[in-house]
Design a protein around this ligand. Structure first.
Ligand code: IMP
Ligand code: MG
Length: 180
């Protein structure tokens, strides 16, 4: 399937199945515990909303915002916290939720920073990752779907802050969407 924006890489149903699978895994791994799910704004908000509804555990949520690509499509490698979480995570079981791992720099820096606050545990969960582009070693326990080295939008992911509201994941040529 495709429309004028590009090709649908994953349908609503496939994305839904991904969330069910990850939610089941998390529910089993943390049985008897309570989890704090921290979403990385803004891209993770759609995925996180679907994911937490598949987690059958006592669960609280928070959000953190880090500096992002802006309207460019390659990582600057500089990660800055723009909005911090609103709570003490000491002793908590934390799951950081990201929309996509590209170079891995964002999640690596964020994990290092949150680890200094002494949580009981931290695990990472991403909807998508581009293994071909990963630059740093990073241990991601919950991986949704691996995608090729292409630019994707929809399901929370943006190009210049637009298209986050598309229900499917699309692969696009950034030069073409730029002119939309
Ligand atoms: P990293 O630090 O290079 O891993 O970058 C991760 C961040 O880059 C994600 O949270 C996204 O905001 C953004 N990003 C990476 N690849 C894409 C893409 O294909 N589409 C939209 N955003 C992307
Ligand atoms: Mg982002």
């Amino acid at each position: 399937m495709s429309n004028k924006l590009g090709k649908v890489l994953f349908s609503k149903q496939e994305l839904n199945e991904m969330c069910q699978r990850l939610g089941k895994q998390i529910t089993a791994d943390y049985a008897g515990k309570e989890v704090l799910v921290i979403g990385v704004l803004r891209g993770a908000f759609v995925f996180m909303a679907d994911l937490v509804r598949e987690i059958d555990l006592p669960c609280t949520i928070d959000f953190i915002a880090v500096s992002s690509y802006g309207s460019s499509t390659t990582s600057s490698g500089v990660v800055k916290i723009v909005k911090d979480i609103n709570q003490n995570i000491e002793g908590k079981d934390v799951i950081i939720v990201e929309d996509i791992i590209d170079t891995g720099l964002t999640l690596k820096k964020l994990t290092e920073l949150l680890e200094t606050r002494n949580p009981n545990s931290i695990e990472l969960c991403t909807a998508f990752d581009k293994p071909a582009r990963c630059k740093v070693e990073i241990d991601v326990k919950y991986r949704g779907i691996e995608i090729p080295d292409e630019f994707v939008i929809g399901y929370g992911l943006d190009y210049a802050e637009k298209y986050r509201n598309l229900p499917e994941l699309y692969v696009v040529n950034p030069e073409e969407v730029m002119n939309e």
